[in-house]
Design a protein around this ligand. Structure first.
Ligand SMILES: [Cu+2]
Length: 156
């Protein structure tokens, strides 16, 4: 088969690009260990309240300036809805929803995630600046969605 010179060049260019892209992805996955989140913990959304961990939502001190917030979400509230931690605290939020998908977003921080029925979500955030932060639901979850918020007070 006789091929046009330009066609041949472009075919080689395309193959080289594919090989480079696959090598980068392969290197990241196998050599650097990059992969989608694998922290997978299941929970039955209908029995969240009876779950040994989520039966008592609240703020728990787990170490030296380390806190764990056990939080449940439902239309249209976060529980606890008032969280208070000292400045510089490393706070791990463990969250479960009792009904639909909710979002958890604290503006001006990196805390932004979804909580999906059936799964426990975990996210850690360090609060280095004192002040009052608002936590909002940023996944539309029903008619009262805009009311769904909590406050985090970071004390000096
Ligand atoms: Cu919501």
């Amino acid at each position: 088969m006789k091929m046009n010179k330009m066609e041949e060049i472009w075919m080689i260019v395309a193959i080289v690009i594919i090989v480079i892209a696959m090598s980068i992805t392969g290197y990241q996955a196998f050599a650097m260990g990059m992969s989608p989140p694998s922290h997978k913990e299941h929970i039955d959304p209908q029995t969240v309240e009876e779950h040994p961990e989520f039966s008592e939502p609240g703020v728990y001190e787990t170490g030296d300036n380390e806190y764990e917030v056990i939080m449940t979400l439902q239309a249209f509230q976060f529980e606890p809805s008032e969280i208070s931690v000292p400045e510089g605290a490393e706070v791990t939020f463990r969250m479960a929803t009792k009904d639909v998908v909710h979002g958890v977003n604290v503006p001006h921080t990196n805390l932004n995630t979804m909580v999906i029925p059936g799964y426990i979500q975990e996210i850690t955030q360090t609060f280095n600046e004192a002040g009052e932060y608002i936590m909002v639901c940023n996944e539309y979850c029903g008619t009262g969605h805009q009311m769904m918020s909590a406050t985090i007070t970071v004390e000096e």
